[in-house]
Design a protein around this ligand. Structure first.
Ligand SMILES: *[C@@H]1O[C@H](CO)[C@@H](O)[C@H](O)[C@H]1NC(C)=O
Ligand SMILES: *[C@@H]1O[C@H](CO)[C@@H](O)[C@H](O)[C@H]1NC(C)=O
Ligand SMILES: *[C@@H]1O[C@H](CO)[C@@H](O)[C@H](O)[C@H]1NC(C)=O
Ligand SMILES: *[C@@H]1O[C@H](CO)[C@@H](O)[C@H](O)[C@H]1NC(C)=O
Ligand SMILES: *[C@@H]1O[C@H](CO)[C@@H](O)[C@H](O)[C@H]1NC(C)=O
Ligand SMILES: *[C@@H]1O[C@H](CO)[C@@H](O)[C@H](O)[C@H]1NC(C)=O
Ligand SMILES: *[C@@H]1O[C@H](CO)[C@@H](O)[C@H](O)[C@H]1NC(C)=O
Ligand SMILES: *[C@@H]1O[C@H](CO)[C@@H](O)[C@H](O)[C@H]1NC(C)=O
Ligand SMILES: *[C@@H]1O[C@H](CO)[C@@H](O)[C@H](O)[C@H]1NC(C)=O
Length: 543
């Protein structure tokens, strides 16, 4: 849809001067004077959480003798902003072929000829990765279900209870994406083909047995972990609740996964473009498909979280999910899901798994959608934080540390603007504004061997970046702006992606910290960038 705004942009190029916002279109941002009736539930300070492919969790966390300092910095930056570390879910497809063996070394990954992990053996030392990380981190522990051995799963869960302090365990999950198990899974039970009904029977039976064997009397399981999008997917929370998934008193949460795009097969790969991804109307319509699931969990008295999500399944896509555009996608998806009542969003990080699909586009290496590249790798370059990382900083500062924030979207006439108001104690405190119009930079290809850490010399293209001026209607009142930006949507060099003027390539902020103080109530948001506006409070400074 072409809005008047977009038409304006096409002729603004010739007129624009770099520091003047007058040549860009201005819109009034109607700031609601009172908390709107559609405020989200109170935001979890760990809204932006992490899922890490189980077989690679120790690569990210490290262990007691070799902690991964890049990962530690990445999560500490979030802690500084919210007073809480992100929750971590070591899980994913490799959880369904993992087992615990008392006398095994920390981790043994067995690979097939094509490089797929067909089994992961975990020993007691694997749990060092948990104790290496700060002790306030909460975990979702993903257990093997597909092996269909209650004894194996009981032993795995027993080991987790032995080595992870109980107050750090949010929930246990049975299996990963059980809706993708073959229909013959569990046929020996005599319960019929694998379906939401047979899932529920087995889920109740196993959770009861596990609780009995391990002396658990309070709810500790999260049901679901389904892969496919509702309503087309064959399994969902609504359905398993209708079959009584909450009936043994052991379930405290429900989870489904979210992957809006995919490189698992050629037709979907073709659709996974940066322009398709960075689209506010499309993101919100997609997330809204989960509304009935969130409501069903809520009605059953459990929380709903998205235990695994990312933009493009089968490990992301080169030149799409490894760009700054992914940061905009992450912020918009996460905030909209929080608005709809998802408690936490676990952004998946891992490595390309050949067993995901026989026709996927990706080759081995750390996943191209990772927030964090945990180690140097010949396939994916040096250990670093990705261009999307700043998105999690923005989410952290939007949520804040007060523990009472709630949000609601603020609608504007511009379809490509995602705007959210964050309320605390009845007052509008902060505004997130994402301008999702595409704008490519001029230096798009990042050679990780190059040491460039600065913008190329200013170009004409940079000078005329289009955008919109938000008029907050607050002349004479101070507001402070932090900006998330890069030369363009397609920027792959993390050195050129900044939050409040600083880049986070190596985890610690580098560059001159930049707050923009506004006194005329007017805030410019360029195409393909985002701002966090602090209305009457000073922003925290964490560098
Ligand atoms: C800790 O990590 C290092 C580096 O990966 C590894 O060499 C060492 O064996 C690990 N320690 C344990 C107890 O697994
Ligand atoms: C279950 O796990 C055991 C131990 O790893 C393995 O030998 C067996 O093949 C697995 N079975 C299935 C059905 O995955
Ligand atoms: C689970 O199902 C098995 C097989 O039907 C049965 O023997 C067992 O008692 C059930 N366990 C629980 C806790 O319901
Ligand atoms: C559960 O409790 C029983 C009885 O108190 C005890 O014998 C058993 O060792 C406990 N099991 C575990 C796994 O803690
Ligand atoms: C749940 O899944 C079933 C089976 O695919 C489907 O008919 C139903 O519409 C889904 N429910 C929701 C709320 O998406
Ligand atoms: C989002 O856009 C993609 C690609 O154009 C399209 O396939 C999909 O149906 C859209 N989804 C929604 C929920 O609008
Ligand atoms: C922006 O860059 C991406 C990837 O480099 C490319 O696919 C896309 O066509 C470009 N879009 C525009 C509007 O130039
Ligand atoms: C990624 O982008 C670079 C620079 O635009 C280009 O050379 C390369 O072919 C692209 N790769 C893919 C798979 O799109
Ligand atoms: C980086 O340098 C190494 C060693 O010279 C080379 O093998 C690799 O292809 C280079 N990578 C890129 C992206 O140019």
């Amino acid at each position: 849809m072409y809005t008047p705004y977009l038409l304006l942009l096409s002729c603004s190029a010739a007129l624009a001067a770099p520091s003047s916002s007058t040549s860009r279109s201005t819109i009034k941002l109607p700031l609601p004077p009172h908390p709107p009736s559609n405020l989200s539930p109170v935001l979890d300070r760990a809204l932006g959480s992490l899922s890490i492919e189980l077989s690679y969790f120790s690569d990210f966390a490290g262990n007691l003798s070799n902690p991964n300092t890049l990962f530690a910095r990445a999560i500490n930056n979030l802690y500084q902003r919210t007073g809480k570390h992100p929750d971590i879910r070591p899980g994913g497809i490799t959880a369904d072929s993992a087992w615990f063996v008392e006398d095994a070394p920390a981790i043994v990954r067995d690979l097939s000829a094509s490089g797929g992990i067909y089994r992961t053996t975990l020993g007691p030392a694997w749990y060092e990765s948990f104790t290496t990380l700060p002790s306030d981190i909460h975990y979702v522990v993903n257990l093997n279900f597909q092996n269909n051995s209650l004894a194996l799963t009981t032993e795995q869960m027993r080991s987790a209870l032995q080595y992870i302090p109980h107050d750090q365990i949010d929930a246990f999950e049975l299996g990963n994406e059980g809706d993708h198990y073959p229909s013959t899974f569990d046929q020996q039970s005599g319960n019929g083909p694998w379906s939401m009904e047979t899932y529920t029977i087995k889920y109740l039976n196993w959770t009861s047995s596990l609780a009995e064997s391990l002396n658990i009397t309070t709810p500790i399981f999260s049901a679901g972990t389904f892969a496919d999008d509702p309503p087309s997917g064959a399994f969902n929370i609504t359905g398993i609740l209708a079959h009584g998934a909450d009936s043994n008193g052991l379930t405290l949460a429900y989870s489904q996964h979210m992957y809006q795009y995919s490189t698992c097969d050629p037709p979907r790969n073709q659709k996974a473009t940066l322009e398709n991804l960075v689209n506010h109307a499309n993101i919100t319509a997609y997330v809204d498909l989960w509304i009935p699931q969130i409501q069903a969990a809520d009605a059953a008295g459990g929380e709903f979280f998205v235990g695994e999500y990312n933009s493009v399944s089968c490990s992301g896509k080169l030149n799409v999910t490894d760009t700054f555009g992914q940061a905009l996608w992450v912020v918009d998806t996460t905030l909209w899901a929080a608005y709809r009542g998802a408690k936490r969003m676990y952004l998946h990080n891992g490595a390309t798994l050949v067993l995901q699909s026989a026709v996927q586009a990706n080759t081995p290496g750390y996943s191209k959608y990772n927030l964090i590249m945990p180690h140097d790798s010949s396939e994916t370059g040096p250990a670093r934080l990705s261009p999307s990382y700043v998105g999690y900083l923005m989410i952290g500062e939007a949520v804040g540390a007060g523990g009472e924030s709630r949000l609601a979207p603020i609608e504007t006439e511009i379809e490509s603007l995602g705007v959210y108001g964050v309320w605390e104690k009845g007052t509008l405190q902060r505004i997130v504004a994402l301008n999702m119009d595409p704008w490519n930079g001029t230096s798009t290809y990042w050679d990780w061997n190059s040491t460039a850490t600065a913008l190329p010399a200013a170009t004409g293209a940079e000078m005329v970046r289009p955008g919109v001026v938000l008029d907050l209607g607050r002349t004479g009142r101070k507001a402070v702006v932090k900006r998330m930006t890069a030369p363009g949507l397609n920027e792959k060099n993390p050195h050129l992606v900044t939050w409040a003027g600083q880049e986070y390539y190596a985890g610690a902020p580098v560059g001159k910290y930049k707050e923009e103080v506004v006194r005329d109530g007017r805030v410019f948001v360029g195409a393909s960038e985002a701002v966090l506006i602090f209305l009457d409070s000073e922003p925290g400074r964490y560098n």
